[in-house]
Design a protein around this ligand. Sequence first.
Ligand code: FAD
Length: 326
Amino acid sequence: MAKGIWVIVEQRDLQIRKVSLELLSQGRKIADETGETLVAVILGKGIEGLAQTVSSNGADKVILVEDEKLAEYTTGAYTSVLNKLIRKEEPQAVLMGNTAVGKDLAPRLAQRLGVGLASDCTGIEIDANSFMVFKRPIYAGKAFEYVASTVRPILATIRPNTFALGTPDTARTAEIVKETADIDSADLRAILKEVAIAASKRPELTEANIIVSGGRGMKGPENYVILEALADVIGAAVGASRAAVDSGWREQKFQVGQTGKTVAPTLYIACGISGAIQHLAGMGSSKFIVAINKDPEANIFNVADYGIVGDLFEVVPILTEEFKKL
Ligand code: FAD
């Protein structure tokens, strides 16, 4: 019996994260292919208004769990609620974004449920025997692993920008179910006191559609203004290599790579980055890679779709001016 594909919808300040909508869009396709029901699960406070958005984006059913203690994400409260809901409803698969929240919640939940977890996946295939097979990069992106499980539910976190957003259909109406939050007090060991968000007009690195990244070739922190100028014209986030971060030029939260953020934008523009394997591990699944490097032998050109051999201090301002004309 079909018990559903669940998407745990991530929201902050009642704004649904893009990766959750991507998962709903892909989940809709899988549900149509397999005859499963697509269920969106939203935890939070004042979340009722989000039901229509997830319904428009493909959900057949929406489970809302509303509680003051769920207003902000905390590992304990969210694990407590989802563990019980999943045990009660027995979905086939539970998907969430490979975000800071997903990376924290999914392993804890998998442990509670006694099931496996496919983390940081970059693809889902449908297999007649195993139902969902998850593709995930391993060895810093040098190989792919395909993970299937006979145990239900299958838990997986999916890298943002893996799937395209669908076109919302506002005429869709999903069944809405309200569940009470059953939170074990033993799970509330950590209390969230404050959330400090750095204000930025640029998109968040892991969700950005375009990223302009600078490495050691930037030569100093003051030179990132030329990347920021380009980023502002094309609506990009600004990333950095570890060499730039270790030099103190950029904050660690902007580092792309094995020990930084994993990104998969449509367009990644690498400026003054040599293309070390640890950097590629974080951005190799970008759809289009453009490299600007004065060394024609730089490894980044081996993965780039378009390469510009030149001095970034000349090339980047020209690109900015040209994009302004579009
Ligand atoms: P470099 O390798 O020094 O390259 C600079 C490039 O800039 C060169 O190719 C040069 O030709 C070019 N250049 C210089 N001047 C100009 C100019 N004017 N115009 C155009 N091009 C110019 N690295 C990461 O990035 N992310 C990680 O998460 C990460 N994790 C790591 C984890 C481990 C365990 C280890 C061992 C390493 C890790 N590294 C990581 C480091 C990685 O190995 C590289 O040292 C690093 O990525 C190099 O950064 P870079 O390309 O900016 O610098």
